[in-house]
Every structure is written in C-alpha cells, then in structure tokens.
Ligand binder design. Structure first.
Ligand code: ADP
Ligand code: ZN
Length: 601
C-alpha cells in the first residue's frame, strides 16, 4: 500500500493533522507544480517540503542561508528518524566526502545546502547524477535586493530551473510585502508557481509597547523576573555598547544573559548562540545582527529597548518569540530620545530624496504603532494588507485601554514656545522656559521676557516630555538634521496652532500596571505539576547534551506539557501525544513513561 502525506505526518512527526495550507502545498508539489509559500514564522513551513521529500523516491535539496539553521533542522529531522544531512563549510573534508557518498548511494531523504555551494558547477553535476525529487528554497526573501537580508548568491538560483526543469521547486518565506513577493517569483523563475499566502497573525504573541523614559533597565529586569523567570528570551538594543552594558547588568542580577553583536569575534558570537540554542533559560542581549535563522521554538519573549526602524523590522524581530505557539511576549520600551534619534538619522541621511521619503514613511508607520490607542494587532495586520475586523484582546491596548486627554491647549503652548525661542532649542530647554525656570542660559537668550515663559507650570516635566514626543512622532514638530535635537515647527502643526484642530493624546500611566501574574509557559503547569515539569525538562536536557543537540530537538515544550496533562501509562497512549512520532516513541518512550509513573499525584 502506498503511503499518503498524512501517514508521514502521523508516523514520522507524530502530528494528527495538517494545518492549512500544508496539505494543499504538498499536493501541489506531488503533482509536479512549483509553489511559493508565504506563512508567518511558526506557521509550519518546513513540513511543506519535508513530507514530500520523505514520501517521494530520491532526495530533496533544501537551500538554506545559514549554517546554524541547517544544523538545527537536520538535528530535528534525525531525531524523528529521517535521513537528512547537510554540506557546508563547517565540515571537514572527510565529513563532506561521507555525506556525498550517502547522497550518491541514494540514502538521503533531504540534503541541506548553502546557496553558494549549490550553484557551483561541481555541485550541479553531482546532483545531476542522483535522483532529485524537489528543490526547496528557504528564506526566499534573501533574493530581494530591497530587503535587509539580501544574499547575492540567491539570485543565481534560477540556474536550478534551467538545469533541472522537471524537478518541482518550492520557495518559502515569512516576509510579507508585495514587492518582495514579486521579486521572488521573477528572480527565481517561479512565474508559474502556485502562490499560497497565509494570514500574518501570530495570535500567541502579546504585543506591548510602553513609555520608556528613564529607568528602562529596571523595567526590563522587573519584566523578566515577574513574567519570564528561567525562560529564554531576546533583548534587542541599538548599539554594541548598550548590548554589553545590559548583558552585564542582567548578569549582575543573577540572570544568564549573553551578548551578541558584530564587534565580537565570530568564535565568541557562535559560542553564545550555541548556548542560547542548547541550554534553557538563556537571555540573548543583541543588536539586530542576531536572529536571522534562529529556529529556537521556545523563545518566550522578545524585548526591545529601542525603537526598530520600521514595522517590518518590528514584526520580524518580535516574530522570533513563540514559534511553538505557546504564549509569548513582544515587549518594547520607547521614549522621547528614540523618536529624536531616529528622526535625526533620517534627516541626516545622505540617501536620495526618493529613498528618504520611503524611509520616512516607514518610520511614521512605526511611530504610529507606538502612539496608537486602539488594538495594535489590528494595526499591524492592516499594515501587511491582512485586515482583522475585531480587536484582538491580546495586546496592551486591548487589555488595558489607554486613556487620552485633550492636549490641544498644552500643544499650542508648546508649539508657540518653539516659535518664540527661534526654532532651535531642544526639549529640555523648552520645558525650562515653559516652567519659567530662571537660569543663566534662559536669561542670556532673553527668554525670560517672552510670552511663553512660565505658562506651562500646570504640567510636570514627564507630561511635557510625553507631549513633545507625541508632537514629533505625529510630525507636528521636526528635529534638526545637525543632531543637536533642536525642534522646528512643521507644516502639519498649523491647524492646531490656529485652533482649527483638536488634539487628543495618549495619557502616560505609571509604568507596570500590567498584570503581575506570571505568563511564563512553565507557570501554566505550576503547582502540583511543577515537579514533574522540572523532571521532564531535566531528562530532556540530559538526553540532548548526550547527543549534542538542542533540547527542543528531543521534545518541544508543548509536547512535555501534553505529557503532563495526559499522563500516558503505556507506549500506546504515549503515541497519541502530539509531537511523538515512531522514532521518538521507540527512543524515548520508556524513559519518559518511567518519569511520569514516578510522579503520580
Ligand atoms: P516556520 O518554518 O514556518 O517558522 P516551522 O516549520 O518551524 O515553522 O514549524 C513551527 C512549529 O509548528 C514547529 O514546532 C512544528 O513542529 C510545528 N508544526 C508544524 N506543522 C504542524 C502540524 N501540522 N501539527 C502540529 N504542529 C506542527
Ligand atoms: Zn489588540
């Protein structure tokens, strides 16, 4: 009897059913048609090519841009009993030779390759000598010159179609936008491919964006301690210096935090990345140099201590949280200084005007997301052309709706203070004047004599800072390009200044009124089950260390949780747990059954 894709899904991967559109994608490939798959992170792209690779006679070739990514995928496949291997520069000549022999002997279901290796003539000749059933091009957006992950070697992948016209190809990416999609289809010669686009929602991620101001580090520490004790996460910072500083500081508070940035040696970076993948509960403090190709499923939070440059970047970076579908946090602090810095960078940029306009537009969208008072998920999805009619109930604005206040009068005072002082001073000075502070500088400029001197005593410094931030974010004030932080009136402030428009702004609440309740994934199995949970995790860690693979390659957290909920007593019962296929049942079934039996409650 011939096996079906569903048989493979159940017997090899231990999952009961396909998620849409996996089944349809697989059928398309089995029919010999090319496919382009756009699915959010964690959506389940890998199975779209792994299942046909196993089902069809011959070997599937997977193009993957990063060594770490290949190693991870191959380790996970081998745990499931699949014959998978890779060829890359991390191997010795002997190791590569052994893999090549297995390939030629027809023993491999999947071969992972870096693009630069694949397009070499000797590699193409080698592939021509074996039965190739499928080409999968992972992270296909790397072919786009406009994206920040551009890899020149990807452009040459159109050779696959020329050399192997009869082999179906599948390109996969989580990058959403239309221009990138068109570029993938054109450059990879995939014009006849069937396109599958899934929604981009990541419902398990809770989006939270709070006013940062001073004390950002303390807020971060409190967030991690209260909500994610002992769990893995990523903290993004803008500069290398800040990365080192935050990693040290968290480390000084008994957390395991490792730095990652381009200023470190590649050996150091790799070592830290390995620890992040292979150990549990590690916090990676990093610049945006970190993250591409990080497949770790149980990253429970992504924290931003700075504002990303665009909504695309925000979505991609936060998307590294919660690949396993369990609750995860996207948590960000941002403040006046972020807004000023980014605006300055943009104004000071020497790029062409047209390019600058696009960048400005992207920044505006990002600032808009920060300042908005309605559902953040709706705004994110709308930005990606995937509108959602209902508020999500799982973002900060849905959970604790922010208050707004009529800031029209205050804004007019602030704007006219900018005007009266000559449109060249920064926020701190302007607030001094509004507060009527008499000091040497104010007197020297004669600003103690102007009409706006001391008209702002009704509002505190934090409130004025929040107001200035929102005026800049909304484009009512411009930041000088010279980098001194001087503010100028923008055209858009006119209606407010003239009293023709009302301005309602976000009211800043005291930080951290958000639920103190821990959202740690482990906490959902706390109490009576905590002991078993720890025991299962410990055993998983030992098994992983013995084999030199990450713990999640053995079992995902979700699988451990289901073991706790179901408490199987026989191998037959255990086989019904999601994520336990035939090979894992045989290799680990008895071990975990015993542990469960020891913890009867
Ligand atoms: P992507 O590459 O799209 O980010 P992955 O292929 O890594 O996502 O899959 C994300 C997670 O979902 C993995 O843990 C995977 O095992 C799981 N998964 C994928 N498909 C299914 C399915 N049909 N049923 C249950 N779990 C699935
Ligand atoms: Zn919401």
């Amino acid at each position: 009897m011939t096996r079906t894709p569903l048989d493979i899904l159940q017997s090899v991967f231990g999952y009961p059913a396909f998620r849409p559109p996996q089944g349809e994608v697989i059928d398309t490939l089995l029919a010999g048609t090319d496919a382009l798959v756009l699915m959010p992170t964690g959506g389940g792209k890998s199975l779209c090519y792994q299942v046909p690779a196993i089902l069809l006679p011959g070997t599937a070739v997977v193009v993957s841009p990063l060594i770490a990514l290949m190693q991870d995928q191959v380790a996970a496949l081998r745990q499931a009993g699949v014959a998978a291997d890779f060829l890359n520069s991390s191997q010795t000549a002997d190791e590569s030779r052994a893999v090549t022999q297995r390939l030629l002997a027809g023993e491999l279901d999947l071969l992972y390759l870096a693009p630069e290796r694949l397009v070499q003539e000797f590699m193409l000749d080698l592939l021509a000598r074996v039965r190739i059933n499928l080409f999968a091009i992972d992270e296909a957006h790397c072919v786009s010159q406009w994206g920040h992950d551009f890899r020149p070697e990807y452009i040459r992948l159109d050779v696959l179609h020329q050399r192997f016209p009869e082999v179906p190809r599948i390109a996969l990416t989580a990058t959403a936008d239309e221009p990138t999609r068109r570029e993938i289809l054109r450059r990879l010669d995939l014009e006849r491919a069937r396109v599958f686009i899934s929604g981009f929602d990541r419902p398990n991620i809770r989006y939270r964006i709070a006013e940062g101001g001073s004390g950002g580090r303390d807020k971060l520490l409190r967030f991690i301690r209260d909500e994610h004790p002992g769990e893995a996460g990523i903290v993004y910072c803008l500069s290398r210096k800040r990365v080192d500083e935050i990693a040290d500081w968290l480390g000084g508070h008994k957390l395991v935090a490792l730095p990652y940035h381009a200023g470190m040696s590649s050996a150091q970076r790799e070592a830290n990345q390995r620890r992040f993948l292979n150990e549990e509960g590690i916090i990676m403090v990093a610049t945006i140099a970190f993250g591409m190709g990080i497949d770790k499923p149980n990253v429970r939070f992504v924290a931003h201590l700075n504002l990303p440059k665009s909504v695309e970047a925000y979505y991609q970076e936060t998307g590294r949280a919660g690949r396993d579908g369990l609750p995860a946090d996207a948590w960000m602090l941002y403040g006046l200084q972020d807004v000023i810095t980014l605006r300055q960078m943009m104004e000071g940029s020497t790029a062409e005007e047209q390019y600058k306009r696009i960048e400005r537009h992207k920044l505006d969208a990002m600032l808009g997301l920060c300042e908005m008072t309605s559902c953040r998920r709706q705004a994110l999805l709308a930005y990606f052309g995937d509108p959602e009619p209902e508020p999500c109930g799982n973002c900060d604005n849905c959970l604790t709706p922010p208050q707004t206040w009529d800031a029209t009068e205050a804004a007019r005072k602030a704007l006219s203070c900018v005007h009266r002082t000559g449109q060249r001073f920064g926020v701190n000075y302007l607030i001094d004047v509004l507060h009527g502070k008499v000091d040497e500088r104010v007197q020297r400029f004669g600003h103690d004599k102007i009409t706006t001197f001391g008209i702002g005593n009704d509002l505190s410094t934090p409130v004025w800072r929040s107001l200035f931030r929102q005026l800049i974010a909304r484009g009512l004030l411009n930041v000088d390009a010279e980098g001194h932080g001087g503010l100028r009136l923008a055209e858009r402030c006119r209606p407010v200044l003239q009293g023709a428009e009302q301005l309602w702004l976000r009211k800043e609440l005291p930080a951290e009124r958000a639920s103190k309740k821990s959202r740690a994934a482990g906490a959902t199995v706390a109490g009576a089950h905590a002991e078993l949970w720890e025991a299962l995790r410990r055993r998983r860690r030992e098994l992983a260390a013995e084999q030199g693979v990450p713990p999640y390659a053995i079992f995902h957290d979700a699988t451990l949780m289901e073991l706790i909920a179901q408490r199987p007593q026989t191998l037959g019962e255990m086989a019904r747990i999601s994520g336990i296929g035939g090979r894992k049942l045989a290799a680990y079934g008895e071990i975990f059954l015993e542990l469960i039996a020891e913890h009867v409650c």
